[in-house]
Design a protein around this ligand. Structure first.
Ligand SMILES: Cc1cc2nc3c(=O)[nH]c(=O)nc-3n(C[C@H](O)[C@H](O)[C@H](O)COP(=O)(O)OP(=O)(O)OC[C@H]3O[C@@H](n4cnc5c(N)ncnc54)[C@H](O)[C@@H]3O)c2cc1C
Length: 477
């Protein structure tokens, strides 16, 4: 471990914005993943100039720097496996401009997603990529992860909403990438390169984002299914029919059981349910989309199909999905819900097979896994419910996720739909991108020659990286 020049850092950000106390370091050593590693210092900048000065110091002394927003990443993206500085970006939380004429806003990276939408609401517009973690996730973290959410099926992911940004590079230089216009064909789209880069290429200090009008009408529906296959096939058929859902979510039997148990929702305990929504400015157009989706669900043996415009009814339909993540931890008193390697995307035609595969693999390895997600955009999530104290459960879980990701790659799916790679999914990422890893590594080297920005991630994850290492759990041997 290198010695940090605390005096120099205090001169940059002030005494109260650097932390080296072991308890603080411990807390900042993990995110919402299963992983943990100790940083050497936490530094909390408030201005772009401070970020530049910190990076100049870190580059000169070759100290690793890992940016951190809300710490809600599920794969260990902010876990500093080579130590160094955690750059806590949450003090840079100003909304700088809401420009209704040019239809963009400019924000600092530490703005929390919900706070941005709260500020946009009075103008009748919203920022759509919004992940389920929007109460804590920051715009910087969402950009670095290419986050998406329930409405991305219609409105796109973060990459679709980012017009431009300002980035501090590893050597402290500030660069302006992208533009404030809708279109730009002036050379490499470097702002898009930053999207999904997980803090390995630069520190985002400002972002220009597009927004869209809040629709006048929203209608949400639900359909139950006796088999995962029917539900998965219905998703594929809805998308192939050219329907335009503003939400299309799958929940399986494990998810339904978990939310019933924790929230007493009284949902019918079927093999799977689809939640679908359409929105727009004209009610007839919304009706048209909803009727199309209802009819397709029926063709695939959907039951108890109904839809409603009533906000209270909509909330009731969506409640189980919204609260699913905490509910999964209560599924069984002896099992914890772990985000070991929990998201992927597959082509629509493989959605049903993917959901069934997750259950088949889980049963074979004596663990509980759930299949759910923003399936309208091809995204599938899973959580592994297991006794985290037992080593044999970790071994089974590791084997299970290896098989899940082998399947995903075999059907031309991708290792991450939206949660990113971090540490948990590094092994599958490297296999998926095997023919472009050298290219990725050269880009990283060109932009960050001293390898100080979130080192050991993406192209740099060790060849034989084992998913269940650097755990924040204590496991009995
Ligand atoms: C309950 C729950 C639900 C979730 N649901 C969703 C969902 O629906 N969709 C989804 O996409 N994700 C979801 N996530 C995952 C996570 O919330 C998102 O990935 C989110 O984008 C992370 O934002 P954050 O601010 O917490 O980033 P962090 O976890 O703090 O950081 C994530 C990555 O971004 C980098 N980073 C952060 N700030 C900057 C910056 N200013 N410049 C450069 N790099 C930076 C970090 O180095 C790290 O690599 C969920 C997580 C939880 C816990």
């Amino acid at each position: 471990m290198k010695k940090i020049d605390e005096t120099r850092l205090k001169n940059i950000v002030g005494e109260h914005n650097i932390k080296t106390d072991p308890s603080d370091l411990y807390i900042y050593g993990s995110d919402s993943s299963v992983h943990h590693a100790m940083p050497w210092a936490i530094v909390r900048p408030e201005t772009t100039r401070q970020v530049q000065d910190i990076m100049r110091y870190a580059n000169q002394d070759m100290i690793p720097v890992t940016a951190r927003g809300g710490g809600s990443g599920m794969c260990g993206q902010t876990v500093p496996i080579q130590g160094g500085i955690i750059l806590d970006m949450k003090r840079m939380n100003k909304i700088l401009e809401i420009n209704l004429k040019d239809v963009y806003c400019r924000v600092e990276p530490g703005v929390v997603d919900d706070d941005l939408n709260l500020a946009l609401k009075p103008y009748g517009v919203f920022y759509p990529p919004t992940p389920a973690s929007s109460r804590i996730a920051t715009i910087g973290g969402e950009i670095a992860n290419n986050a998406s959410g329930v409405r991305s099926v219609k409105y796109g992911a973060t990459r679709d909403a980012v017009l431009g940004m300002q980035v501090v590079l590893a050597n402290g230089d500030l660069v302006h990438l992208g533009a404030r216009t809708r279109v730009e064909a002036s050379g490499y789209q470097l702002h898009k390169l930053m999207v999904g880069s997980e803090g390995t290429l630069g520190i985002v200090v400002e972002a220009t984002l597009s927004f869209v009008p809040i629709p006048e009408f929203r209608c949400m529906g639900v359909a139950n299914f006796d088999s995962l296959k029917d539900a998965g096939d219905a998703i594929g058929s809805i998308m192939a029919a050219g329907a335009v859902p503003s939400m299309l979510e799958l929940v399986d039997s494990v998810a339904i059981k978990a939310v019933n148990k924790t929230m007493n929702l009284g949902l019918k305990e079927v093999a799977a349910a689809l939640i679908f929504e359409a929105d727009g400015m004209v009610q007839e157009a919304v009706d048209y989309e909803i009727n199309k989706m209802k009819a397709i669900c029926k063709q695939h043996n959907g039951q108890d199909i109904y839809a409603s415009y009533d906000p209270k009814e909509r909330e009731k339909i969506f409640m189980g999905r919204k609260k699913l993540f905490p509910a999964l931890s209560k599924y069984d008193d002896n099992l914890a819900s772990t985000a070991l390697a929990d998201d992927m995307a597959v082509p629509y035609s493989k959605m049903a097979e993917m959901a069934e595969k997750i259950h088949e693999i889980a049963d074979r390895h004596h663990i509980v896994m759930t299949a759910y997600g923003h399936c309208g955009s091809g995204c599938m999530h899973t959580k592994i419910l297991m006794d985290t104290r037992r080593k044999d459960q970790w071994d089974d879980a590791k084997q299970a996720i290896t098989e899940v990701y082998d399947y995903v790659r075999s059907v031309n799916g991708t290792t991450s739909a939206e949660h990113g790679i971090g540490l948990s999914k590094a092994a599958s990422f490297k296999l998926e991108k095997s023919d472009s890893l050298t290219l990725l590594a050269s880009i990283k080297k060109a932009i960050d020659p001293h390898n100080i920005l979130n080192p050991g991630k993406l192209s740099q994850a060790p060849e034989n990286w084992v998913t269940a290492t650097n755990l924040r759990y204590s496991v009995n041997s």
